[in-house]
Design a protein. Structure first.
Length: 260
């Protein structure tokens, strides 16, 4: 059984924007799923959901983007009808609830990172990626599994930097997980990078849960309850059963990690 970590991000990695409250945080969320399960269950059911509400066709598949869905922009304009939107929300929550996947979210406070480390200021994206990969290989190790990693394309130059960062972790390991563990449980030393337009089911699901997971992580860091909106309902599903957690059931530090 081979697994894959699908990665999506919320925010931007630029340290110079850290003082802006709207851009203070960067969040990476990874969705872990078994590849045969993605092929046989996840993809067909996701396509069925898209056909039901948005008339997606195999020749011109509709790609789920959270922002466009929230704003009810084409091709999601059918959601402007209140009854349709309620039915879609209900079906989407059921879909996310019944699927078998594990979630890991890493959030970095870029302002705190910049203040705390006056000399050492690693790129927030690559710092967060390293922590995300640590937890992924620990997940694989705990269950005796192997897997690889796929991220959404961020542009040619950014993709090359991201691939080099992944390869560096694979070869050198991290402060807490040595390189042999990465080599033992990751099946490829190369990061797979795809655009959502390729209709990758795992990347679309990562896109749907990344923002709610970021908001949940922020809320819990501030000792607050989950948001009362639709994203909060997704976060409730994640907390109930989807986050990676310790043997004792602890989420923080396992399925959710706050940096620095």
């Amino acid at each position: 059984m081979k697994y894959r970590l699908y990665i999506d991000e919320v925010g931007n990695p630029a340290l110079e924007s850290s003082k802006d409250p709207r851009h203070r945080y960067l969040s990476l969320t990874g969705i872990i799923m078994e590849l045969d399960y993605v092929d046989e269950v996840v993809f067909p059911e996701l396509e069925g959901l898209k056909r039901k509400y948005f008339h997606s066709h195999v020749d011109e598949p509709i790609i789920l983007h959270r922002k466009e869905i929230v704003n009810q922009k084409y091709p999601f304009h059918s959601l402007r009808d209140e009854n349709t939107r309620k039915a879609f929300d209900r079906d989407l929550l059921r879909f996310l609830d019944k699927l078998e996947y594990t979630v890991i979210t890493v959030v970095i406070d870029k302002l705190e990172h910049k203040i705390r480390y006056q000399v050492w200021q690693q790129d927030p994206y690559h710092y967060s990626l390293r922590i995300l990969l640590e937890r992924y290989v620990l997940f694989l190790k705990d269950l005796g599994l192997t897997g690889d990693v796929m991220a959404e394309s961020r542009g040619r130059k950014e993709d090359m930097r991201l691939k080099r960062s992944y390869e560096r972790v694979f070869k050198e390991g991290t402060e807490y997980v040595n390189c042999q563990v990465f080599e033992n449980y990751l099946t490829s030393r190369k990061l797979k990078v795809k655009q959502k337009s390729n209709n990758i089911a795992g990347l679309q699901i990562a896109d749907l849960v990344a923002h709610p997971s970021f908001k949940a992580t922020l809320a819990r860091k501030n000792r607050q309850g989950l948001p009362k909106n639709f994203g909060g309902k997704i976060a409730h599903i994640l907390e109930k059963q989807k986050y990676y957690r310790s043997a004792s059931g602890k989420i923080e530090g396992w399925g959710r990690k706050w940096l620095p």
